[in-house]
Design a binder for this molecule. Structure first.
Ligand SMILES: [Cu+2]
Length: 165
């Protein structure tokens, strides 16, 4: 635990580079890096006209040696954004806000995928249209804010896609 004061100073320095790298991350095709946090393959599904909500999926990778946690998110496209999980209750799958956030272990990943954990846009201010992008800011406990542009892509995340299992 002696390393903590040192890590705290480091994380303050990293906060500045997070913003800078996140701007670079908006360039299409470049990996979305924010310090040790990398956002891979983010996508949203197009919403039905008039639908109040939309879900966003991605793979979060933590290349660092300190565990991190996705604790929140925000977007100008929605009145409110929450971190959600699917929980089985009495044989029924329900969505619930994960107030403690989603853990991303050091050197590990956390997958947000259909039927599992996801970022929920609530009170959509605009329709999510296939081919367009949604701006999203992810808030991490250690890495701070990570801004990404999420493509709305109905062709991704199909259940038929192999998961390697
Ligand atoms: Cu949800």
């Amino acid at each position: 635990m002696r390393a903590w004061p040192h890590l705290c100073r480091l994380s303050m320095l990293e906060r500045n580079s997070v913003r800078f790298l996140a701007i670079l991350g908006l360039l299409p095709g470049s990996p979305l890096l924010a310090g040790d946090i990398e956002i891979l393959d983010p996508y949203a599904r197009a919403s039905r006209p008039g639908a109040p909500t939309g879900a966003i999926f991605m793979l979060i990778r933590n290349a660092g040696t300190v565990a991190d946690r996705l604790v929140g998110a925000k977007s100008p496209a929605a009145a409110m954004v929450q971190v959600h999980a699917h929980i089985e209750e009495g044989g029924i799958m329900k969505m619930r806000e994960v107030e403690a956030g989603l853990p991303v272990p050091a050197g590990g990943t956390h997958a947000l995928s259909r039927g599992g954990d996801h970022v929920m846009l609530m009170g959509l201010k605009q329709e999510l249209v296939d081919g367009e992008t949604v701006p999203l800011t992810l808030v991490f406990e250690v890495a701070g804010e990570v801004m990404i542009a999420v493509p709305v892509d109905n062709s991704r995340g199909q259940p038929a896609r192999s998961t390697g299992q």
